[in-house]
Design a protein around this ligand. Sequence first.
Ligand SMILES: [Zn+2]
Length: 291
Amino acid sequence: MNIRRVFCTAVLLVCSLHLAAKTTFEIPSWTKPFPPFRIAGNLYYVGSEDLASYLIVTPKGDILINSSLESSVPLIKKSVETLGFKFSDIKILLISHGHYDHCAGSAALLKLTGAKYYVMDADVSVVESGAKTDFQYGNHPEMQFPPTHVDRILHDGSTVSLGGTVLTARLTAGHTRGTTTWTLNETEGTRTLRVVIVGSPNVNPGYKLVGNKSYPRIAQDYKHGFAVLNSLPCDIFLGAHGGYFGLAAKYPKWKAGDKNAFIDPAGYKAYIADRERAFQAELARQQAAKP
Ligand SMILES: [Zn+2]
C-alpha cells in the first residue's frame, strides 16, 4: 500500500480524534528496522523501513539528515554502528522538515552526539517550539515533539560543508513553511552522481490551500517548490520517506548486486509530476468549492 496514503489517512484519523493527551501516532513501517547500506560515495541509508535517515561520512566528522521519531534514535544509532561508524562522530544534524516523524528525535540525538542542529529559517520556530507554531498542527498535542534549540539558521541556497562534502539546502515549502530538499554530489568510480533528497511535496489532509489565514502563501509556496523540484538535475532519487522513492522495491535489487538501483532520474521526474498533479487537483477542488 502507498505509504503516503497510509500516513495521510493516519494523520486524518489522529486529527479527527481531537485527543486531549499526547499520544503521538506511529505506523509500523516507521519503526520497523531496515538494513543500513551504502547508497553511493560517502552517503549511507540509516533509517527505518519508511522514515528515511541519511549518514554522510567525512574525514572531519559526519552529517545526519533526519532524527525521525524519539524511538528512532536507538535504531539510527544501531544502523550507524552496524556500518562501522561512531554515533558520536555525527557533528551536524539536518532535517527534511519540521514534522514530528522527521525531527522528534532531534533533542535526544543532539544530547547523545553533541552535534549542532541546522534548520531552514522558516521551520526554526516550529522546531524550537516543538510544533506549537506549526500552521496546521499547532493545537494538536499528538503532533508535537520536544522543543529543540537550533544552532544555525539556514536559508534557501545555504550550503553545509564538512570534510570536503557540500550539501545545498533548497527551500521547497508548502508542506511546512521551511520544507527543505537537500542536494549533493557523490562520486562513484569516475562518475559524478547528482543526489536529490526530496523534503516533501505532499498536501496533507485538511491543508487549506485557499484562504489559509495562518499560512496565506501556502499555494504560492507549493508552486515555487514544484518549480525548484522540476529544475533540479537528479541521478540518485531519495526523500524523507522510503515510500517516495520506492526503497522497498529498490533495496532488494541493490542487495542482489545492482549498485545502480537507486539511480533513477525517470522515477524522480515521474514522482514530482504525480505530486504536482495531486497538488493542482486539490487546489482546483478547493478553488471550486470557495463560496
Ligand atoms: Zn510532513
